[in-house]
Structure formats: structure tokens, C-alpha cells
Design a protein around this ligand. Structure first.
Ligand SMILES: Nc1ncnc2c1ncn2[C@@H]1O[C@H](COP(=O)(O)OP(=O)(O)O)[C@@H](O)[C@H]1O
Ligand SMILES: [Mg+2]
Length: 237
């Protein structure tokens, strides 16, 4: 399988705080890869560094053979990387359709109508709510919108930052089912999550991050039965 994205010995600092320590990982075309870790582990920093926010202090981020670590966020977004950020960050005063329209910014509006129809097939709930203000929707619906908005830029790699955050268990299940559907369209996904159980069940491969370092790696199944993972992230069950 072709490697789409690779981190090579990446360090990130926030002033005196080192948030990522020699992080190396890769995401291969067509797979679902995940990174699990507790609050503060460095998951969001890792995803945001792909867009240069924050800039890495050493190492390389290679995307389709090119070091993108010094490129602009716009360059990265218009070359096939899209993120559904932590906390959704949808535009609350805009309708569902307007939010989806914003997702086309990296690539332009050429495929907008066609892609919006595709999103409405994938997310029927968004179709029902297409003219509704985003702020009036439930957390689960807002998460769907954040994912759909990311997909509007026709990414080659979809990055997801804690899509389960703050959602009731039944809604989390629905979101993960949708991610399975998205993956079955051939989309490559890199998911960072505190919800180890759902993430590792969904993913082909996973990494475990502790205090900015990769502690463990393996297939989703291997990590699910790993004693250290069970103890730290799955309540010891
Ligand atoms: N803008 C920032 N300025 C200073 N420290 C930050 C900033 N963002 C994150 N951090 C610190 O970096 C570490 C990793 O945070 P983060 O990447 O948000 O972790 P996670 O997403 O896994 O919860 C934490 O110690 C956090 O306090
Ligand atoms: Mg985070």
C-alpha cells in the first residue's frame, strides 16, 4: 500500500512545553488509521501541525512524497487534506448548506452541487436540516456537518479530531457507523480519539500516544487486547 502521510521524528514545542517528541507514524492509502491518547496527550497538536498551526520544530511531515511541514494551511488544504476539527467549529449562524459551501473553499465551487447531493445521501439528517441554522442542531448533527464540510473539499485523506467528544453513547455509535460508510467509499481516514474502544474497533491500525510520544502501535485488534491499552483506556475490562 502507498504511504499517503508520514511523520518523521517530529517535535513540536509551545514555548518551553514540548508537545510532540520524535513522533513517527504513517497513514497508508485506503486505510483507517487511528491515534488514541488521553486528554493533553498531543493528539490535536499532531493534526494541526499538518496545517502548520503550530509549526513543527524539527522532523518532517511528508504528504505524497513532499515535505509539507513549511507549507501554508491553504496549500495543504487545497492538496487533498481536510480536517474535522476538535469541537466541530462549524459556523453557528450559517445554515447547513452555507456551512457545506464553506467546505469548498480549498478547491472552488465547480463540483459544489454534485458534492452537496452526495453529502445529503451520506447524511440524510443534514438534508432534512439543510436550511436550518447550524447552532440550532444537536451535537451529533453538528458533528455530521463538520465531517460533511470536510468532505466537500474532496480530500484524499480525511483527518478527524475526536468526533465522539461530548456526544451520548448512542450518537457516538451513529457517528462511527457513518465513518465506516465514508471509509467504504475508498476514503483514507486518520482519526484521533480518546474513545479507544470505538476507534480501535473501527481502525485497521492504531497508535497510542502518551505525553507527546508514541508508546504503542499495532493493528486495531492487537491494541484492543493489549493489557496496557485495556488498563489505561478501556477501564481494565
Ligand atoms: N496553544 C497552546 N499553547 C500552549 N500549550 C498548548 C497549546 N495547545 C496545546 N498545548 C499543550 O500541549 C499539550 C498537548 O495538547 P493537545 O494537543 O491539545 O492534546 P490532546 O488533543 O491530546 O488533548 C498539552 O499539554 C497542552 O496543554
Ligand atoms: Mg485534542
Amino acid at each position: 500500500m502507498t504511504t499517503l502521510l508520514e511523520f518523521k521524528d517530529v517535535d513540536v514545542h509551545y514555548g518551553p512545553i514540548q508537545a510532540l517528541k520524535k513522533v513517527s507514524l504513517d497513514v497508508k492509502e485506503g486505510e483507517i488509521a487511528t491515534m488514541i491518547g488521553s486528554n493533553g496527550a498531543g493528539k490535536s497538536t499532531l493534526l494541526m501541525s499538518i496545517f502548520g498551526q503550530p509549526r513543527i520544530s524539527s522532523g518532517q511531515i511528508i504528504y505524497r512524497g513532499e515535505d509539507i511541514s513549511q507549507k501554508s494551511a491553504h496549500y495543504v488544504a487545497s492538496n487533498g487534506l481536510a480536517q474535522s476539527p476538535e469541537g466541530r467549529r462549524i459556523f453557528p449562524g450559517m445554515s447547513v448548506e452555507e456551512n457545506l459551501l464553506m467546505g469548498t473553499i480549498p478547491i472552488g465551487m465547480e463540483h459544489c452541487d454534485e458534492d452537496m447531493q452526495r453529502m445529503f445521501e451520506l447524511f440524510p439528517r443534514l438534508k432534512e436540516r439543510r436550511n436550518q441554522r447550524a447552532s440550532t442542531m444537536s451535537g451529533g448533527e453538528q458533528q455530521m456537518l463538520a465531517i460533511a464540510r470536510a468532505l466537500m473539499s474532496r480530500p484524499k485523506l480525511l483527518l478527524l479530531d475526536e468526533p465522539s467528544l461530548g456526544l451520548a453513547p448512542i450518537i457516538v455509535k451513529q457517528i462511527f457507523k457513518i465513518l465506516e460508510d465514508v471509509a467504504s467509499t475508498g476514503m483514507t481516514i486518520f482519526l484521533v480519539e480518546q474513545n479507544a474502544n470505538h476507534a480501535l474497533k473501527l481502525a485497521d491500525r492504531g497508535y497510542v500516544m502518551v505525553n507527546g510520544e508514541i508508546r504503542l502501535t499495532g493493528t486495531g485488534e492487537e491494541l484492543l487486547v493489549n493489557p496496557e491499552v485495556r488498563e489505561a483506556y478501556l477501564g481494565g475490562h
